[in-house]
Design a protein around this ligand. Structure first.
Ligand SMILES: NC(=O)C1=CN([C@@H]2O[C@H](COP(=O)(O)OP(=O)(O)OC[C@H]3O[C@@H](n4cnc5c(N)ncnc54)[C@H](O)[C@@H]3O)[C@@H](O)[C@H]2O)C=CC1
Ligand SMILES: O=C([O-])CC(=O)C(=O)O
Length: 340
């Protein structure tokens, strides 16, 4: 597997590259060729990371190259992780980064179109991830739109972790939790289809288990609206406040999970990912929005036919409206128009 990571000299890059090289993304039987892409100012940091990658003597690492030329970096690549972008600081929303970061993704989409392998899969991590993925995709007309995805797996993992802590159960006992919408504070963590499987194999609805734990449906309603949903949606801001900079190792872990589940598959299990809408769940076609997905046959397929609770529906509509506004903003900036 040839894997390209942009922003390789940054903090997510430093947490991500060693996990990919160690075999965490594709398993111990697949060796990787890493391409580290930076801007000139980040080259020294990426070069240092490359030296350390070599020193780890990973059995699954075949080669490492560092470049500040995106076309060279994406040449023949099977998996492109678009991480390189400015992170937000305290008090900012991710959409505030559109003007600074949007322009990065048009030339990178064009370089992927020109140079990547036919089966290229793209994960956009740089914020605002959904709309940046839309920009990159618009500049890669020869790459199917389904191959451009945005990372909401960190939100998904945060939701699982929060539920596990509240219910005092292992994360692996939880399934069918969903993140809908934008990777922003309007995202919609949804537990209405969630399940808990006990060690004896019995499966129960999360809403029933939560009612038992928290003392009835009113208590669960307040916990969802006052604690769980805002806690997950604002966790990125909490990390920035506490840590002084935005999440890095957890973001890297989520990127590994996203690509692993896309390439290796999830069998019947669900996860969440920002994928291009085909109109499912009344999300306008063409927007890159988070959905419940399965990794099957090398694709991320939207889980179809789920009932949507009215309150969840209203939240999804608000988040989708924000995606529409972001798309309008980048259209006005000319970022969706290809230059000839
Ligand atoms: N989707 C998600 O769940 C998450 C997204 N993020 C986003 O990921 C992005 C990166 O975060 P960090 O690694 O913490 O930032 P960072 O500032 O530590 O690193 C970013 C790196 O990207 C490089 N870069 C900038 N423009 C580039 C370009 N055109 N080509 C190649 N490299 C370029 C910079 O030189 C820098 O080394 C930010 O936009 C952040 O908001 C962060 C956490 C989670
Ligand atoms: O919050 C941020 O700016 C970084 C990010 O996307 C996250 O941690 O979810």
């Amino acid at each position: 597997m040839k894997v390209t990571v942009t922003g390789a000299g940054g903090q997510i890059g430093y947490a991500l590259l060693f996990r990919i090289a160690s075999g965490a993304m594709f398993g111990p039987g697949t060796s990787v060729d890493l391409r580290l892409v930076e801007i000139p100012a980040g080259m020294k940091s990426a070069e240092g990371t490359a030296l350390e990658l070599v020193d780890c003597a990973f059995g699954t690492l075949n080669s490492v190259e560092v470049t500040d030329d995106p076309t060279q970096g994406f040449d023949g690549t099977n998996v492109a992780l678009l991480v390189g972008a400015r992170p937000r600081g305290p008090g900012m929303e991710r959409a505030d980064l559109l003007t600074a970061n949007g322009a990065i993704f048009a030339p990178q989409g064009a370089a992927i179109n020109a140079a990547a392998a036919d089966d290229v899969r793209v994960l956009v991590v740089g914020n605002p991830a959904n709309t940046n993925a839309l920009i990159a995709s618009a500049h890669a007309p020869d790459v199917p739109a389904q191959r451009f995805t945005a990372m909401t797996r960190l939100d998904h993992n945060r939701a699982l972790a929060r539920l596990a802590l509240t219910l005092e159960v292992p994360v692996k006992a939880l399934s069918n939790v969903i993140i809908w919408g934008n990777h922003s504070s309007t995202q919609v963590p949804d537990i209405t289809h969630g399940l808990l499987t006990s060690s004896d194999g019995t499966t129960r609805h999360l809403s029933d288990v939560l009612q038992e734990k928290l003392g009835g449906s009113t208590a669960v309603g307040s916990w969802l609206t006052e604690s769980f949903i805002p806690g997950v949606a604002k966790r990125g801001a909490e990390i920035i406040t506490v840590r002084g900079s935005s999440s890095a190792a957890s973001a890297a872990a989520a990127a590994v999970d996203h690509v692993h589940d896309w390439v290796v598959g999830t069998q019947d299990a669900w996860t969440s990912a920002g994928v291009v809408s085909d109109g499912s769940y009344n999300v306008p076609q063409g927007l890159i929005s988070s959905f419940p997905v399965r990794g099957q046959h090398g694709n991320l397929e939207i889980v179809q036919g789920l009932s949507v609770d009215p309150e969840v529906r209203a939240r999804i509509d608000r988040s989708v409206q924000e995606l529409i506004e972001e798309r309008e903003m980048v259209t006005a900036l000319g970022l969706l128009t290809r230059k000839r």
